[in-house]
Design a protein around this ligand. Structure first.
Ligand code: PPS
Length: 308
């Protein structure tokens, strides 16, 4: 068997969205992917908490059984739709075609590029959104350690590229708005990373309801515990450590890096923050979609809401 050579793929435009070259080359097959009515799609802009939601969903589907959830790495349990055999040794499309139903599928595609069969069949979708500042920081460190993504360059350039909507999978702004605008026309559960961090039990209960699984409080507690950052970081089936070090170089940055809300404050300069906010206001004008860029402990929050 010949060894795969991993390299940083250039981006190619597909319907106005920059995607890694092998995804663009395989586009026809992706576009024509045949969903099944009981498929569940987990959709996100990169670094929004996809793996976290994958673990939550897989545990719910396995009624909290940790052993079952540890049967294989997360990317085998829940294949990544647009990663073909030319990029990955886990070719999602081929695996999915022979997987029994019901299937759970991951994608980073923006709403308009998701294969139409998902929407025609009214498949359930869980969308996870994360605030732009933490998303770009997380994406930057990921692109440094992931040898398939284009070279990120220095932070100030990367941030500019994010604002200019030039990174893989395109504009964060259009991505989060795209699903937000469609959520009431399809079976889309729109979740926020910050909400899950703030109150995981409350948010996991929402996912259970959406999946029509009534598992009881004990199982819920178990799932909350097993999907904390620390527990997932120690779990080889959830922490990315099974990915070859030729692809994920964790000596540069770990896949499970910080898992925080507000880590952006360690990386944005004051000037970058001001420029980012001004640009953000323009791009996000007119939407009801709002994010938290930090979360407060419950008592402080209550005070903040009541006022002084
Ligand atoms: S990917 O590669 O796009 O699928 O990455 P994704 O899984 O969407 O996002 C990775 C970030 O999510 C953090 N993460 C978590 N945070 C809190 N709790 C749990 N359990 C958890 N699991 C993953 C992960 O650490 C990445 O964020 P950063 O800010 O880089 O730490």
């Amino acid at each position: 068997m010949t060894e795969k050579i991993y390299k940083r793929f250039p981006l190619r435009m597909v319907c106005g969205i920059p995607l890694m070259e092998p995804i663009a080359q395989n586009w026809k097959k992706i576009e024509e992917f045949q969903a099944r009515p009981d498929d569940l799609l987990i959709a996100t802009y990169p670094k929004a908490g996809t793996t976290w939601m994958q673990e939550i969903v897989d545990l719910i589907n396995n009624e909290g059984d940790l052993e079952k959830a540890r049967r294989a790495p997360f990317y085998v349990r829940i294949p990544f739709l647009e990663l073909s055999s030319s990029i990955s040794s886990i070719p999602a499309m081929e695996i999915l075609e022979t997987s029994p139903s019901p299937r759970t599928i991951k994608t980073h595609l923006p709403f308009q590029l998701v294969p139409k069969s998902f929407w025609k069949l009214n498949c359930k979708t869980i969308y996870v959104a994360r605030n732009a500042k933490d998303s770009v920081v997380s994406f930057y460190f990921f692109d440094k350690m992931n040898s398939m993504q284009p070279e990120p360059g220095p932070w100030h350039e990367y941030l500019q590229n994010f604002m200019e909507e030039k990174l893989s999978w395109g504009s964060w702004y259009d991505h989060v708005r795209g699903y937000w605008d469609e959520k009431d026309k399809h079976r889309i559960l729109y979740m926020f990373y910050e909400d899950i961090k703030e109150d995981p039990a409350r948010e996991i209960r929402k996912v259970m309801q959406f999946l029509e699984k009534d598992l009881g409080e004990e199982v819920l507690k178990k799932i909350v515990h097993s999907t904390t950052f620390q527990v997932m970081k120690e779990n080889p089936m959830a922490n990315g450590s099974t990915v070859s070090s030729d692809i994920f170089d964790e000596s540069i940055s770990p896949f499970m890096r910080k898992g925080e809300v507000g880590n952006w404050k360690q990386h944005f300069t004051v000037a970058q923050n001001e420029a980012f906010d001004a640009d953000y206001q323009r791009k996000m004008a007119g939407t009801t979609l709002a994010f938290q860029t930090q979360i407060y402990p419950a008592v402080t929050k209550e005070r903040a809401e009541k006022g002084p």
